[in-house]
Design a protein around this ligand. Structure first.
Ligand SMILES: *[C@@H]1O[C@H](CO)[C@@H](O)[C@H](O)[C@H]1NC(C)=O
Ligand SMILES: *[C@@H]1O[C@H](CO)[C@@H](O)[C@H](O)[C@H]1NC(C)=O
Ligand SMILES: *[C@@H]1O[C@H](CO)[C@@H](O)[C@H](O)[C@H]1NC(C)=O
Ligand SMILES: *[C@@H]1O[C@H](CO)[C@@H](O)[C@H](O)[C@H]1NC(C)=O
Ligand SMILES: *[C@@H]1O[C@H](CO)[C@@H](O)[C@H](O)[C@H]1NC(C)=O
Ligand SMILES: *[C@@H]1O[C@H](CO)[C@@H](O)[C@H](O)[C@H]1NC(C)=O
Ligand SMILES: *[C@@H]1O[C@H](CO)[C@@H](O)[C@H](O)[C@H]1NC(C)=O
Length: 508
């Protein structure tokens, strides 16, 4: 035992000297939660205990206005790794199983660009994008090699993999390591034996196995902080309590990964980014473009920019900004590397030193097409600080419900109560949730819950036209195949090659 410990210290010393040493290599660690939200002290949740995330936030700029560009797992991860919205990179829905969506094979992804620039790349955890060569990392420990529970929820295993990457791949080169937790994703649909959120996996109970590094935290359901979009029922509260327990594993996992980084001598030259792929798996959350489906936690910790540590930025930020930010950090010019595509995101590094003064022109966009292959419900969105416009292209169909969410106690409770004509204690009815108008316009200052649709109201005509135009411009710029939907057909080949047109269907 003693010998081993001494040997480890020796290795670490050498690493600290050779890697973090004089040549000032800069690295990136990107940490992603799976369906994680704002359940942490940093975002003023009083109940859910997250000391490790809060400690990272203390050394970070904390984002209060960060949004995903799509509220679905694979599409969001593909956008995160390409800087292109899902309609542009080709992953219109989930990658795994029968859904089978893949990006276009010629899309340039972050790991591929970085590798060409001599940067070592690694992924540990849930990948859920393809094809393989389009998203290729030098070191891959994902659901393609392991059970997703081991590689995405077993924080001891993830810690050891991180150590392996930091020891074997970072001697000569700067690195980009992407640690994608599967926590706190739901579990009831795939592995109900571990609980609704896999909150029992590895807790040491009979048949659950043990995750040595995890001290589970359990919560009283009557002490939960409920967000406005979750019904106040015992069923929903118990569901949230289980989600919180799983977040204790995510939080302690983040602590272990950051300790590995520090022990390997990289904590003074590594940019650490923490965020999540989409909204939490509750009603009005994941798969929606309401704020409850797209707002994300986000911290950026730069050891080279300490000026704004533990400060909050209100600047409107998109997960599409992550690729430009990482390229900027490595000093890589994105216009050369992703051409002929022009990325619409921007580097966030300037925010690390100062808050922009005039935010009038800030906006974020979103583009959702499917989730599961059966869930065709394309939506496009633009959000400013004050307003949000959503275009529901398939508004004539009912809003679809995914398998994972359907089986959740919270949705089952809403459904049962609706069928039995009982009070649901929810802020919407299922009928409202399923049936959406083509256009939704909200004044977020006065209506943060997005309940009062202003689309079509004469007083808002000018605002609506302006937002419609901005959305259309973005769809055009990002080569959205849905740009003319649902009342026209895009013609952009043959006679229309140089002059793409939306040709009317006269179907209103
Ligand atoms: C990190 O620390 C090492 C050792 O103290 C030092 O040589 C190196 O210059 C530092 N790197 C940065 C980017 O500050
Ligand atoms: C994991 O899978 C990747 C891609 O499928 C493969 O290149 C790699 O060798 C595998 N690694 C292990 C340890 O099996
Ligand atoms: C990484 O290095 C360790 C020793 O530090 C070695 O045991 C292991 O096989 C290496 N793994 C890979 C994937 O190279
Ligand atoms: C988690 O990983 C560790 C290290 O590989 C292993 O010893 C442990 O049994 C795993 N726990 C579970 C619940 O699979
Ligand atoms: C902020 O920017 C907007 C749009 O560019 C401009 O119209 C406005 O005058 C600016 N406000 C200030 C205070 O500079
Ligand atoms: C919903 O109703 C079904 C059938 O009556 C029942 O089996 C189930 O337990 C109920 N679920 C909830 C969450 O109330
Ligand atoms: C997209 O913009 C280009 C350049 O402004 C324009 O030529 C083209 O017609 C637009 N496409 C559509 C479908 O409006």
């Amino acid at each position: 035992m003693k010998m081993e410990a001494a040997g480890l210290v020796f290795v670490l010393l050498i690493l600290a000297q050779s890697s973090a040493g004089s040549d000032d290599k800069l690295n990136v660690l990107l940490i992603l939660a799976d369906d994680g939200g704002f359940e942490m002290g940093t975002y003023r949740n009083r109940i859910c205990q997250t000391p490790n995330l809060d400690a990272l936030a203390h050394k970070s700029l904390i984002f209060n206005n960060a949004y995903t560009s799509v509220s679905s797992c694979s599409p969001s991860r593909s956008a995160l790794l390409t800087g292109m919205p899902s309609h542009q990179n080709g992953i219109y829905g989930l990658h795994q199983g029968v859904h089978h969506f893949n990006s276009f094979s010629d899309v340039k992804s972050l790991p591929n660009i970085l590798r060409e620039h001599g940067i070592a790349t690694g992924i540990i955890g849930k990948k859920d994008v393809g094809p393989k060569d389009t998203y290729k990392f030098d070191y891959e420990q994902t659901e393609e090699n392991h059970s997703v529970q081991q590689v995405g929820r077993n924080i001891t295993f993830m810690k050891l993999l991180t150590r392996q990457f930091l020891q074997n791949y970072t001697q000569q080169k700067p690195f980009f390591l992407y640690v994608a937790f599967h926590d706190p994703h739901r579990c009831g649909h795939t592995n109900p034996e571990y609980g609704n959120f896999c909150e029992s996996f590895g807790n040491g109970d009979e048949g659950m196995g043990l995750i040595p590094d995890w001290q589970p935290i359990y919560y009283q359901y009557d002490e939960i902080d409920l967000p406005y979009f979750i019904p106040d029922t015992i069923q929903a509260r118990k569901d949230v309590a289980e989600q919180y327990t799983t977040i204790s594993r995510l939080d302690q996992g983040v602590g272990l990964i950051l300790k590995e980084l520090k022990d390997a001598g990289f904590d003074n030259n590594t940019l650490v980014i923490y965020s999540s792929d989409n909204g939490i798996p509750f009603p009005n959350g994941r798969t929606n473009l309401y704020d409850s489906g797209i707002a994300e936690p986000m911290f950026i910790s730069s050891p080279l920019h300490r000026e704004r540590w533990n400060q909050v930025t209100y600047s409107l930020t998109s997960l599409l900004d992550v690729v430009p930010t990482i390229l900027d950090w490595f000093g890589i010019d994105d216009s050369n590397d992703v051409a002929p595509v022009e990325l619409t995101g921007k580097s966030l590094l300037p925010l690390l030193t100062k808050e922009p003064k005039n935010v009038t022109n800030e906006r974020v966009f979103a583009s959702h097409s499917l989730h599961e292959v059966t869930m065709y419900y394309p939506m496009r969105m633009v959000r400013t600080h004050r307003y949000k416009l959503i275009h529901n292209l398939n508004y004539q169909s009912a809003f679809p419900i995914d398998q994972d969410f359907y089986i959740s106690p919270t949705f089952q409770d809403i459904l049962n109560r609706t069928i039995n004509k009982e009070n649901t204690y929810w802020f919407k009815t299922l009928k409202q949730y399923y049936n959406r108008p083509e256009w939704e316009l909200y004044d977020l200052k006065h209506d943060p819950e997005e309940l009062n649709n202003l689309a079509g109201k004469p007083d808002y005509k000018k605002i609506m036209q302006d937002l419609e135009l901005q959305l259309y411009d973005w769809q055009n710029k990002t080569q959205d195949p849905w740009i003319c939907s649902p009342h026209a057909v895009l013609e952009d080949k043959g006679a229309y090659k140089n002059n793409p047109q939306c040709m009317t269907l006269d179907n209103m």
